[in-house]
Design a protein around this ligand. Sequence first.
Ligand SMILES: *Cc1c(COP(=O)(O)O)cnc(C)c1O
Length: 425
Amino acid sequence: MNAFFHIDEAYALDAADPLGSFRAAFHLPVWEGNEVIYLTGNSLGLQPKGVGAAIDQELTDWKNLGVEGHFHAKKPWMPYHEFLADSLARLSGAHPHEVVAMGSLTANLHFALASFYQPTAARPAILCEAKAFPSDRYALVSQLQFHGYTEADLIEVAGTGVDGVPTDEDILTAIATHGDRVATLLIGGVNYFTGRVYDMARITKAAHKKGILVGWDLAHAMGNVPLSLHDWGVDFAAWCSYKYLNAGPGGTAGLFVHERHHAADLPRLAGWWGHNKKTRFLMGPDFDPIQSAEAWQVSNAPVLSMAAQRASLDIFDQVDLAAHRQKGLDLTRRCMDMLEAVAQELDEPIRLITPKEDPSRGCQVSVQFEQRDRTFFDALLAQGVVADWREPGTIRMAFIPLYSRYSDLARLEQALRKTLAIPAA
Ligand SMILES: *Cc1c(COP(=O)(O)O)cnc(C)c1O
């Protein structure tokens, strides 16, 4: 059988790849003497080689300076989160004062909702997508309950397609239908299961017209797809940093709050790190919020974790984001074409659940092998393919423009052909 995507063509594309050199900035896991085909950068991004030195620097400063490191470390710990703001602003399409590295994703959603979910009898509801990431749903239901409402006021927009995940149109229709009783919309900007990218600009605009506050969970969007949170007028957004941002397990998350809310007298769950920097250490009793997204911080910066993130952002800072986007689209398009060709040749039904249209797709391809169970996935794993398995029969694969290669895709095809040649159980 001829390969659909020939390894020599793949090597040629790798050689011409303008982002090809970034792969050397990452540690690649090795499996049986070869670098694995790493397709789970949407779950845990690989370790940038600069992380060790970045954390060592903080350990050294801590060892040598003790508490003085807050002011005299090479990168002083007191304002440490500020060292991440410019890079995060660039990736999210925000002004630096609209973003802050802090906390964890689900916690940040709660902190944001404390301010941006203020239900009234006429507008009690939260609108989200059906099949949202479980943590988001738990958070939203608990927010409803916290305010004395119930799950009945969670409007989960279902999709009309087989995967059950709504399209832009499904969401826009739901906004038109239910919008008048919705206080807040919170949706994953890129769906974790199908990889669908939402038209965040259009949905935000439509929701605002209905008087809804709009938040986006960018767990699968930051470091993946182009974002313009400021210009889109998004009210708030939150993301984690261990997926496409490669900041390490449990890495410090992030929060965006649009500048039009910075001076507003919003309810919030406050802490000392959100207090006016000039007077924070006077230790006064009254909270005086910083006029920026930093006001939502509660605690001082987790420096060791942020040092890892800084090392990762050092890489992103050098990346042409348009080329990054192009490569992600190209790899995923080729992957989907390859999957369809292989399925047809081997007469094996597959279902691509990632949208084919470029604007609705990021770096992820999700495919359902209708006749296969986990033994199929394990057989792939045994050939060095590190991907993600979800029932029913679904493999999620992310092609990370910073370190995925065209030759990984060609090797994936070889592994798939070998595995699919084994009859289904
Ligand atoms: C990964 C992910 C999470 C994980 O939440 P943590 O608080 O970081 O553990 C939550 N929501 C979505 C949509 C995710 O993709």
